[in-house]
Design a protein around this ligand. Sequence first.
Ligand code: ZN
Ligand code: ZN
Length: 291
Amino acid sequence: MRESFPSEPPSTPRPEPPPPAPTPASAAAPAATLRVCVLGSGSSGNSTWVEFGGDAILVDAGLSAQRTRRTLRDCGLDERKLRAICVTHEHTDHTCGIARLHALLGIPAYANTGTAHAARNVPDGCWKCFSTGQPFSLGPFDILPFSLPHDAYDPVGYKIACGGACVGIATDLGMATTLVRGQLSGCNLLVIEANHDEELVRGATRPWRLKQRILGNQGHLSNSAAAALIADVAGDSLRTVVLAHLSRDCNREDLALETVRADLAAHGLERIRVLAAHADSPTPVCSCGCI
Ligand SMILES: [Zn+2]
Ligand SMILES: [Zn+2]
């Protein structure tokens, strides 16, 4: 039996509760920000999470699907937000998890036709193709793929803009071309390769051909070249730099960080936070625009 107060006539409907007062902006959920986490980086595998609100993409899937999913869980990142994988080039340290992630999560992989054709470890049905240099949108993300010099079929870096912030990602590049410097200017966060220390490469017990490949214009960026690139493109809006794809044998984290920080300090840019990505563990989740 319905309980009612004696003073309330049974035929009178209960008054509607007043509508809730509008929530003050300061008490509302924080506005979405562009967030980035390098899940792992190095010659054993590369993958970077880029998130805005309820949507996310991966740039490359070079960790196994199992490790990618475990790392996302460990970082508190929700794989259900994933909309796509944007692929830089076909080397397996950037592509080996794509097929399985596509099968498990139903997400497509985006690449230019050259990379899609060259990535033999990815079934044709996974791909959606773009033209390098032509911007496209994926959910809330405005994405510009741009050419990089690297010994792959048609490698790219990405500039990803969303919610008024912008991330630039360039790993696996032999040199910083004018095009690369132009595309990485004006970003709030950069993920840039600092692959090796040139002296450590020259002193390493590796075949000369391999050393030539690493040091060449189609190979990988050294610490000092990365430092010069970052100092060159750093604008007022650049807050965070993540050094990526560090060589296990021909680099050291302290050396890479020291080289880049010293160069930034020489340009009066010590305010920029510089982190190193690791082969075996993720970086912190970095929000663009906050230090
Ligand atoms: Zn690579
Ligand atoms: Zn590569």
